[in-house]
Design a binder for this molecule. Structure first.
Ligand code: ADP
Ligand code: MG
Length: 237
């Protein structure tokens, strides 16, 4: 479904991503691991077109999106849950969700129902300002907003960051429902245990390059797994 070919991207003179190639098949859940500063969020920005300095291939099915605008990319079916949630604090839950549906071609009420069914807490708080929600609820809203465009591919950038274990479990259960329903996902994660148990395949990004790619089942059995923990914590491969 998604195929990155030799993707190079950055913000200025020196590229952050240096020839990244990866694939996500339809229905697959893939995780992107990597230490702080490796370029994981930059990769999300390069896929979704919010970063204009990019080169190489970003193919969704057979179309190269590398020169397309972010609006076009959302319309093509890619939706991002950004790092740090970025909900619009003064706006209500419902208005935040509606913003996610700007590029929606289908039925708006059906999308609200889908999101409220997945996150009943958002339904209870639909008229509440997003800024007054708990961190976990804001993350639910960020995921809900991304789902409002009825994406074919959902990108998640560290969705569990800074959340208490009980909230992590709750959000994870909702993401598992999406996975069981066949939604294709690429999830950035720094914690190896979450990544290995949630996804079926993993890529490890270190200093803007893919250092390792494997199935999570095979990664979990690797004798050098401790080295990977170390690399993720320190950035030293
Ligand atoms: N807006 C920006 N302008 C310039 N450099 C940036 C910007 N955002 C990130 N960087 C740099 O790009 C590199 C990768 O950052 P990022 O993609 O956020 O890493 P990660 O998400 O893996 O922690 C870092 O060196 C960071 O300082
Ligand atoms: Mg990041």
């Amino acid at each position: 479904m998604l195929r990155l070919i030799d993707l190079t991207a950055g913000y200025g003179a020196a590229p952050v991503l240096r020839g990244v190639s990866l694939e996500v098949e339809k229905g697959e859940v893939v995780t992107l691991l990597g230490p702080n500063g490796a370029g994981k969020s930059t990769l999300m920005a390069a896929i979704t077109g919010t970063l204009s300095l990019r080169d190489g291939g970003v193919h969704l099915h057979d179309e190269n999106l590398v020169k397309k605008s972010c609006h076009y990319i959302v319309s093509s079916g890619i939706s991002l849950v950004p790092e740090g949630r970025l909900v619009f604090a003064p706006f209500s839950v419902e208005d935040n969700l509606r913003l996610g549906a700007i590029r929606l071609r289908g039925d708006l009420r059906e999308r609200y129902a889908f999101v409220f069914n997945l996150f009943p807490r958002l339904a209870e708080r639909r008229r509440q300002a997003a800024g007054t929600l708990s961190g976990g609820e804001q993350q639910m809203l960020a995921i809900g907003r991304a789902l409002m465009s009825a994406p074919r591919l959902l990108l998640l950038d560290e969705p569990f960051l800074g959340l208490a274990p009980m909230v992590v479990a709750e959000i994870r259960a909702s993401l598992e429902k999406l996975r069981e329903a066949g939604l294709t996902m690429l999830m950035v994660e720094q914690k190896l245990d979450i990544a290995l148990s949630f996804a079926s395949r993993a890529y490890v990004l270190i200093k803007g390059r893919i250092a390792l790619s494997d199935s999570t089942a095979s990664l979990a059995r690797r004798a050098d797994l401790q080295d990977l923990y170390f690399a993720l914590a320190t950035g030293k491969a």
